[in-house]
Design a protein around this ligand. Sequence first.
Ligand code: ADP
Ligand code: MG
Length: 347
Amino acid sequence: TMLSQVVEMVAASQRSRAPIQKLADSVAGLFVPAVIAIAILAFIGWAVWGPSPAFAYALVSAVAVLIIACPCALGLAVPMSIMVGIGRAATNGLLIRNSEVLQVASTLDIVVLDKTGTLTMGEPEVNTIDGLNAQGLSIVLGLEQQSAHPVAKSIVSVCLGRHITPAEVSSITEYPGGGVVAEFLGDELVLGSLSFLKQRRISGVPEVERIGTVVALAVGSAYVGHFVLRDKVREGARETIQSLLALGVTPVMLTGDRSAIAEVVAEQVGITEIHAEVSPEKKLALIQAFQAAGHKVAMAGDGINDAAALSVADVGFAMGLGSDVALESADVTLRNNSLQGIEEIIR
Ligand code: ADP
Ligand code: MG
């Protein structure tokens, strides 16, 4: 259940240790024997050279050294500040899985953001349906019912709204960042982005002028028709990007979608560096390239296509309503789905 996952995440975060905690522990490890040794020396000194009653003075001095030098502050302050930090983050809707985040986040200088479902709401509206009749829609419905991708959910609800019944397609395989492939009455079905169709050598793939995310259908290696969807920019995304820039952090957009729509969204939120039509593997490679160049990189994403990138990033942020594998790979879950949490964690 969702609740048991949250419980498990909190428990894991309490077991995880920030690097500073290890330092505090190793200092405390030397500190304690040193203090005991000094207390013993004080006892011996007062017992041998002190005024009488020598034993009473020696005992009082030894105990005084122990009390004053008690390393409680060192041993307790670090874990306590981490617990309080994680607790305060949780009341703001930010679930931290790994307490190292608290230490690393302040050093971040690049935040990579996924577009669909992260910078945008992930509830795209179907604006155009081109070349797809009732039978085409029924095939699409059969394909997309299985998918958790935001475009799939919107397409499914449009089809259901038109009382379409799903075709019985078989052997469905989803390619994250590309689309879905299946079989129907002996024909191969391909549904996904235009570049995914071209990659699978579909003939007659058109150029689509209209701005938006395109999902196209091919049956038996021939293009049939397409949808154009348009998603709204997430509330507060622009403000978050502005405050990241003010903190000296560079925002970068990564998306599997085509550049025509990526540029429009980037413009709306104020991002200048965009990488469009990137596969999940390329998302991962780009993060590693930034890291190799000496940057500390955070990644924010929601989908299966972001999971690998989330796990290699120095700090991974998953949208709370994102896919399970994204939540599992990230260090911080933004429960309320607001990007503002990224800025809060860095601050
Ligand atoms: P983003 O990186 O912006 O989150 P994705 O990598 O998830 O986007 O997807 C890139 C593109 O691949 C989408 O814009 C869509 O055209 C296509 N696509 C991915 N998954 C599906 C699916 N299940 N059904 C149809 N199209 C899909
Ligand atoms: Mg996404």
